[in-house]
Design a protein around this ligand. Structure first.
Ligand code: NDP
Length: 330
């Protein structure tokens, strides 16, 4: 049966301006790092995109290497888009990235102009798109001059292959420099994508201040610490969890007794707020107005609708915030 997007899709989502730009993003974005590769069930992947779109999520985050195998998430997303979303491209913000190892030899990794331009060409072919909305440099390159990497992003926009550009995994100092170069080139940095959650606090060491000052949006990735900031691991490792099914980036070694006792204590606070821990962890990011959108992942469509419950309460009292902080600092 042909998919018909929900006519109510724009009623309950919040849309936040991305930094000082002209574009707004849904308060939640869906990432395709896991669960969209050729190893995954294609119809489940399609249902994840449909559920997100029906709930008002407009932004879909990909990268050249998402799969496995690398590239297959873009291929599958392209198939889903052209099969189910005909006519809806202009309601979507589609992102891709390059910066990690993608192909053999010296031109398939890091931050040269050669790599970035050819990688985006490949991504566009895989997704069967003429342009992406946002193209990111995925991680800083210690060897390539940042001027060359930023010139590549500027070129890509001028070629019409991306509308906006972004940075990911740059620290405060690296981001400030890159943002300055992009400004001079006339292609302002739209957004920065750092790893940020209750368990990973690095962006608070200056990065969020730089982004706020420079009018650049922030889209935290792995906001649930890949699922740790939920109640799912409190009583063992569920068979259908990322730890059990993937185990590459999140495995049993990450679930230490210390971590589990923090998760249990945070879960108690969430319950007192009338939320699940997942909702509280997402709300904790949404409370900062420098955060444009929170970039979630999901293995099941129901997780997306569940996570969106966070929008119902992302206000925290000082008492709640210090109780959370006490747990996290232990
Ligand atoms: P999360 O921290 O949101 O973890 C997602 C996982 O948590 C899901 O796959 C699911 O795992 C579990 N989960 C999600 N919602 C719920 C819920 N409501 N209740 C219980 N469990 C839930 O994010 P990801 O680590 O997946 O990262 C999100 C996106 O960020 C990626 O897809 C990618 O786009 C981006 N990213 C960017 C990086 C970069 O370097 N720029 C690096 C990593 C990610 P389970 O399988 O256990 O069900």
């Amino acid at each position: 049966m042909t998919y018909q997007p929900s006519p109510d899709r724009y009623t309950s989502m919040e849309y936040r301006r991305c930094g000082a730009s002209g574009i707004k993003l849904s308060a939640f974005s869906l990432g395709l790092w896991h669960n969209f590769g050729h190893v995954n069930n294609f119809e489940n992947s399609a249902n994840l995109i449909k559920t997100a779109f029906d709930a008002g999520i407009t932004h879909f985050d990909l990268a050249n290497n998402y799969g496995p195998p690398p590239g297959s998430a873009e291929e599958n997303f392209g198939r889903i888009l052209h099969r189910d979303f005909n006519g809806y491209r202009d309601e979507m913000v589609i992102s891709s990235k390059a910066g990690y190892t993608m192909w053999d030899g010296p031109y398939g990794d890091w931050g040269s102009k050669k790599y970035l331009v050819s990688s985006l060409d490949q991504s566009l072919k895989r997704m069967k798109l003429e342009y992406v909305d946002i193209f990111y440099h995925h991680r800083p390159d210690p060897e390539t001059p940042v001027e060359e990497t930023m010139a590549a992003l500027d070129l890509i926009v001028r070629q019409g292959k991306a509308l906006y550009v972004g940075l990911s995994n740059y620290n405060a100092e690296q981001a400030e420099k890159a943002i300055g170069i992009l400004k001079q080139l006339g292609t302002p940095c739209l957004i920065h994508q750092p790893k940020y959650s209750m368990f990973v606090r690095n962006p608070e060491n200056g990065l969020l201040d730089v982004l706020g000052r420079e009018g650049v949006g922030c889209i935290p990735f792995s906001p649930l610490a890949q699922g740790l900031l939920t109640d799912k691991y409190l009583n063992g490792i569920p068979e259908d969890s990322r730890v059990a099914t993937s185990g590459v980036f999140l495995n049993e070694n990450h679930i230490t007794p210390g971590k589990l006792s923090k998760i249990a204590a945070l879960n108690d606070i969430a319950q007192r707020r009338g939320q699940k821990l997942a909702h509280m962890a997402l709300a904790w990011l949404l409370k900062d107005n420098r955060v444009t959108s929170v970039l979630i992942g999901a293995s099941k469509p129901g997780q997306i609708t569940d996570s969106l419950e966070a929008l119902k309460n992302y206000a925290f009292s000082e008492t709640e915030l210090s109780a959370i902080e006490n747990i996290l600092q232990q």
